[in-house]
Ligand binder design. Structure first.
Ligand code: 1GP
Length: 230
């Protein structure tokens, strides 16, 4: 079984976006620690199964980050279940999860399922709009979410999601300082090695997404954080 706590760098692939075989090969052979498949719009059974089968050729941990019930399928090493803590719609706290457990609870291997305490911070991102997230959060707000996740809900992962924009290091550091057992994932706007290193100094794990599709060479360079230690 793979040890998620050792992951420093993850590439997130969006099943709704096209990627060439060469680029996918470079991503999967890059020494990243894991591949996550996930997105907000147009995540379907067809495009998830297609991407999964292409990535499965590589000996890498593969995660499905669940965004809807239709696209959940066997074959992944892990299933990450986001609970968007700053969403104003209960669907994204536990509504989808409740529905999933009603339908599939009897056949789930809970060893493979990781609950993520998500906080969405870029108001312009699709995920913020979909989940109706309250993104104008103070440092105190963020610290309270971190305490909630680490001390009370005791979730294995907290995910600070700045999707599409580079985050605020002061906010990320404030959250990191509250977490003792929960693993902090940072994702959003990483497009250079310098940004990757900066966030990797603060968070346990960084997630690199969109730059894969806009500048593959820059995306591949972000893996080099693995040469420096946290
Ligand atoms: C998105 O957190 C990931 O869910 C990564 O963000 O696409 O901005 O790199 P970017």
């Amino acid at each position: 079984m793979y040890d998620i706590s050792k992951w420093r760098h993850v590439f997130k692939l969006d099943p709704a976006k096209w990627i060439s075989d060469d680029d996918l090969d470079a991503i999967c052979m890059s020494q990243t620690d894991a591949i996550m498949i996930g997105g907000t719009d147009d995540v379907t059974e067809d495009n998830v199964i297609h991407l999964m089968s292409r990535v499965r050729r590589y000996p890498l941990p593969l995660v499905l980050e669940i965004s809807n019930l239709e696209s959940v399928m066997p074959g992944f090493d892990f299933y990450f279940v986001p609970s968007v803590l700053n969403s104003t719609d209960v669907t994204y706290h536990n509504g989808l999860l409740h529905q999933a457990l009603k339908e599939y609870g009897h056949s789930i291997d809970f060893e493979e399922v990781m609950f993520e305490g998500y906080v969405v911070l870029n108001p312009d991102s699709k995920v913020a709009q979909l989940t109706k997230a309250t993104t104008a959060l103070s440092i105190e707000d963020l610290e309270a979410y971190a305490q909630m996740v680490n001390e009370l809900y005791r979730m294995p992962i907290m995910y600070l999601e700045y999707s599409g924009s580079y985050g605020d290091t002061e906010q990320v550091r404030a959250v990191a300082n509250q977490l003792s057992t929960t693993q902090l994932f940072y994702g959003g706007g990483i497009s250079t090695l310098q940004q990757a290193e900066e966030m990797a100094q603060i968070a346990d794990t960084i997630v690199v997404g969109n730059i894969i599709y806009t500048d593959i060479k820059k995306a591949l360079k972000t893996v080099k954080i693995k040469e420096s230690s946290k």
